[in-house]
Design a protein around this ligand. Sequence first.
Ligand code: ZN
Length: 110
Amino acid sequence: MGDDCLFCKIAGGETDTDFLMETDDVVVFRDINPIAPVHLLLVPKRHIRSVNDLTEEDSPVLSALLFAARDMAVQMGVDATGYKLIFNVEKGGGQEIFHLHMHMIGGWES
Ligand SMILES: [Zn+2]
C-alpha cells in the first residue's frame, strides 16, 4: 500500500529527508513550509490514510506518535513554552497528504 505515497517514501528512507527522530513506528522531520519557528511532522511508518481510517490495531501507532511528540518537545525546547499538536483530517480539514501525520507547532515567544 502507498506506492505513490510521499510519506511512505520519506518514512521508508527513499528521500534525503533529515529525521529528527526515528523509532520502530514513527519518523519526525521538519515541515517544508513551516508556519511557526518549530513546525515538525510526526509520521507513522505504517500507511494509514487519515484519522477516519484508524482501526483498533493502530492504537500502538497513535501512542507512539504522542510519545514521540512529548520527547520532541523537550528536544526542540518547547516543552515548557508550549505547542500545538494538530491532525488535519480530509480535504476540508486541510489534509494535503493522505498518510496520517501530526503537526507539532510552537516556538513562539511566550
Ligand atoms: Zn503512505
